[in-house]
Design a protein. Structure first.
Length: 259
């Protein structure tokens, strides 16, 4: 019997919407999310990450900086989708490579800005906040490059840590400021991108209403465990998503509780 001639195998067709590439990018992005830290006494951390599509321009990380210190950052790249996700990988990769042990957050953000400006991508920039927790001193040092003000919840009292700054990757040279906050046991802090507040309002509401809703939700859930509090905030985002059929922006937040 004559053997059937084997036809050459065609290359796998790429779906027109690029779903295979998006799925791979999503896997890479999820792999960069930080694992839980169980061996850092004095602090508890919970994070949530929800892009508008398969991938997004938000990113975050947290990491021990010695036995009694924690560093963490949250970032929001201009734009959405795969293009924003690729730039977010660049920013987070540069951030990971910076020296951060006991370094002032303002200096860390300034160093990141210089490196981004040397690798300029036209039309791209990133809002970012970086926090350094000294567990022994119960102290927070914080620098901002344009993200919304973090929230500090102490009992039922809520205040924002008001600090502004230019996004990184826009101007070089550029100086950044930082603040120092004395912490107490039981304090909870919320660092977030503006997608969180945007998701809590509709197009007819001013942005300040979204901030007010977030503050109310944060205060009302203060007696929950940190993980459940994060889930409660995420549940409100999902409800908003069902009402509007989509998220308007990537949503990322990081909660910290001082033990």
């Amino acid at each position: 019997m004559a053997k059937r001639k084997q036809q050459p195998r065609a290359a796998a067709a790429v779906p027109p919407d690029g779903s295979e590439q998006l799925q791979l990018a999503r896997l890479v992005q999820e792999a960069l999310l930080p694992p839980p830290i169980a061996d850092l006494p004095g602090l508890e951390v919970a994070v949530r990450f929800l892009p508008t599509a398969h991938v997004g321009g938000d990113f975050l990380d947290y990491f021990p900086l010695g036995p009694r210190a924690l560093g963490c950052y949250v970032g929001d790249v201009q734009g959405k989708g795969l293009e924003a996700a690729m730039y977010a990988l660049l920013v987070s990769g540069l951030m990971r490579g910076l020296h951060k042990s006991n370094a002032d957050p303002a200096d860390v953000v300034a160093s990141l800005n210089r490196r981004l400006c040397f690798r300029l991508v036209p039309g791209k920039y990133c809002c970012l906040s970086y926090a350094y927790f000294d567990v022994k001193k119960k102290q927070l040092r914080y620098a901002s490059a344009g993200l919304p003000f973090p929230l500090l919840l102490r009992g039922s009292q809520l205040e924002s840590i008001e600090l502004t700054g230019h996004p990184v990757g826009m101007f070089n040279p550029c100086a950044f400021e930082q603040v120092t906050v004395k912490l107490r046991s039981g304090d909870r802090l919320l660092f977030y991108t503006d997608g969180l507040t945007d998701s809590l309002l509709d197009s007819r509401m001013p942005w300040t209403k979204g901030v007010a809703q977030l503050e109310n939700l944060f205060r009302a859930s203060r007696r929950l465990s940190l993980s459940l509090q994060a889930d409660r905030l995420l549940a409100h985002i999902h409800r908003s998503r069902r009402k509007r059929n989509q998220l308007t922006d990537d949503t990322t937040f990081l909660l910290v509780r001082v033990l």
